[in-house]
Design a protein around this ligand. Structure first.
Ligand SMILES: [Zn+2]
Length: 329
């Protein structure tokens, strides 16, 4: 049975399994109201997720015809099942920017560009080719383009008497959004703020400095009064403000570690090389033992730190044999 996480309003958590993924599960939330419900996030487009979601919605007696859906951000573990789960009468709410990225992803445009970008940062071609067939974000993406109500920062919508406010929090994805119940002081934080794990920050196409965006989106959330936070993965918490400080500290220390690695190589290093020299919390595994997708995430995160350091005037990026390298300024 899905857990009842909150009494007024009634908030249930449906744990959607994410097989072969280090995140393990997705928190899909169902907010039940008298005449209408809201479902937040869906799980990957794969049978294991679909069955878990459908089964739990059935246990809660949810009629999808009377249920609207909010997607916190573009990632497939949050959006994958949207076409399969939405009823034709369900309104689908999503932030405008991430919706545009999803449409481009489904047309295959962004993937090609990202591959090119990673290759130019020293990421090996053979891994890129393998990832094309195994990257869960790609293979478990939504079935196709879906109609949505695109939301911008500060937009509001209702589920019966409950009034939800959209808070644009770019960083984890270019148009990530949190959902806020102002009167109740409850926040659905998607992957912007997680409590047991650190949200992945990567370099995005068309985004200059996603880590800087992310940190200012963390500061933005601090300005809201929040009693309880419901994150996209793992456990909810009542202490969001401390967690925000911890995440900012984590990135500050990663930035220093990145600088240390660069400092030791005066001829410059590629982003791939820098990532391979960083310490990662991967249960004692060495870089060469990292699974392909973890290497992709690690290089993405390193790139976001490098972009930040460039904008701080601490390092420079230069081209050598068609590949970008980084050295101290
Ligand atoms: Zn995510």
């Amino acid at each position: 049975m899905p857990e009842l996480f909150y009494q007024k309003p009634e908030i249930y958590r449906i744990l959607v399994p994410l097989p072969e993924n280090p995140l393990k599960t997705l928190n899909s939330y169902l907010i039940k109201s008298e005449n209408r419900n809201l479902l937040i996030d869906t799980g990957f487009n794969r049978p294991e997720c679909y069955e878990a979601l459908i089964e739990n919605l059935k246990k809660l007696n949810v009629d999808m015809e009377k249920t609207d859906i909010f997607l916190t951000h573009l990632h497939s573990d949050h959006t994958g099942l949207i076409n399969k789960i939405a009823h034709e009468n369900s309104k689908i709410y999503i932030g405008k920017t991430d919706y545009e990225y999803i449409v481009e992803n489904l047309k295959g445009l962004n993937w090609k560009e990202s591959e090119k970008r990673f290759a130019s940062e020293g990421f090996p071609y053979e891994i890129i080719e393998r990832l094309r067939k195994t990257n869960q974000a790609r293979i478990f993406a939504p079935d196709g383009i879906f109609e949505s109500i695109s939301l911008e920062d500060g937009d509001k919508f209702n589920i019966d008497k409950l009034e939800f406010t959209v808070i644009l929090t770019p960083g984890h994805t270019p148009g990530h959004t949190c959902l806020y119940l102002e009167k109740e002081k409850l926040l659905f934080s998607g992957d912007h703020i997680l409590f047991d794990i650190t949200p992945n920050i990567t370099a995005w196409l068309k985004v200059k400095d996603s880590l800087r965006d992310y940190i200012s989106s963390l500061e933005k959330i601090k300005r809201f009064e929040i009693k309880k936070t419901f994150p996209g993965h793992r456990t909810p918490s009542e202490d969001i403000y401390n967690r925000i400080d911890e995440i900012v500290e984590h990135h500050k220390s990663r930035l220093l570690d990145t600088l240390e690695v660069i400092k030791e190589h005066s001829n410059g290093l590629t982003a791939y090389e820098i990532a391979s020299l960083m310490k990662w919390n991967m249960r004692g595994k060495s870089w060469s033992e990292f699974p392909d997708n973890q290497k992709w995430f690690a290089v993405g995160e390193t790139l976001s730190h490098l972009d930040f350091l460039i904008n701080e005037n601490k390092i420079v990026k230069f081209k050598s044999d068609d590949i970008y390298k980084y050295k101290l300024k």
